[in-house]
Each structure stands twice: as C-alpha cells, then as structure tokens.
Design a binder for this molecule. Structure first.
Ligand SMILES: [Zn+2]
Ligand SMILES: [Zn+2]
Length: 120
C-alpha cells in the first residue's frame, strides 16, 4: 500500500486503496470531465450524494441528448430552469462499479465542478 492524494473536494494525502470517480458534465454544448482517486471516507461522502440526488443507471448506459434538453428541473435542488447532464462512473474499492445520472442547474453544476474538479 502506498500513499495517494485523495482529490475529492480539498485534496489531501491518505493511506490505503483508492476508489475512483469518473465524472462528465455536458454543459452549454461543451463537456467537462475529471477522474478522481479518493480515500474511503470521501468515497462514502461522494456516494451518499450520488445515491440521494442522482439516478442509478446501468454502467455504460447512454442518456439521449433530447432527454437532457427537455428536462427543466434540477435533480439536486429541484429548481426549474435550464439544466446540464451530469454522468458519474464510480469504482468503489471492493464493490461493484456504479453509474449515476442527474440533470443539474447552473448553481449545482458550479458546486459539482468545484468538488469533482471538472475541467474541459
Ligand atoms: Zn479524502
Ligand atoms: Zn440545482
């Protein structure tokens, strides 16, 4: 076991196996993405958010662009308005891969971008 930086939210070092979180956000016609390695604790924090606010989808499932465009309610804060499609693939240590999808408003997209360090 080596030392890895956990990159969820505020980066810090930890010891032990890393879980992986791959994120994609379709936002205003462009795509932001990130690949994070997280400690066990932050994997649990991230997963709790995904489980409570996002839809569990089959790993590799595609959500159609039309579905993204027609959605007008944010899955996270339930505000009506334009939304962006957020996809998460999670690879928790010792557990099955999981995939999530949510429509997020601009405000929630901003906080997700910050926490998951999404970049173009
Ligand atoms: Zn951590
Ligand atoms: Zn929102």
């Amino acid at each position: 076991m080596g030392m890895f930086p956990c990159t969820y939210d505020r980066p810090h070092r930890f010891q032990g196996k890393a879980s992986a979180i791959y994120s994609n956000l379709a936002h205003n016609g462009s795509t932001l993405g990130s690949k994070l390695r997280t400690c066990r604790e932050h994997a649990a924090v991230a997963r709790e958010f995904f489980e409570s606010k996002m839809h569990l989808i089959a790993v590799g499932e595609q959500v159609l662009e039309e579905d993204i465009q027609t959605s007008i309610v944010c899955d996270v804060c339930e505000t009506s308005g334009p939304t962006s499609g957020l996809f998460i693939n999670m690879y928790p240590v010792g557990e099955e891969d999981r995939a999530y999808y949510a429509d997020v408003c601009g405000t929630c997209a901003g906080s997700v971008v910050q926490k998951l360090h999404l970049t173009p």
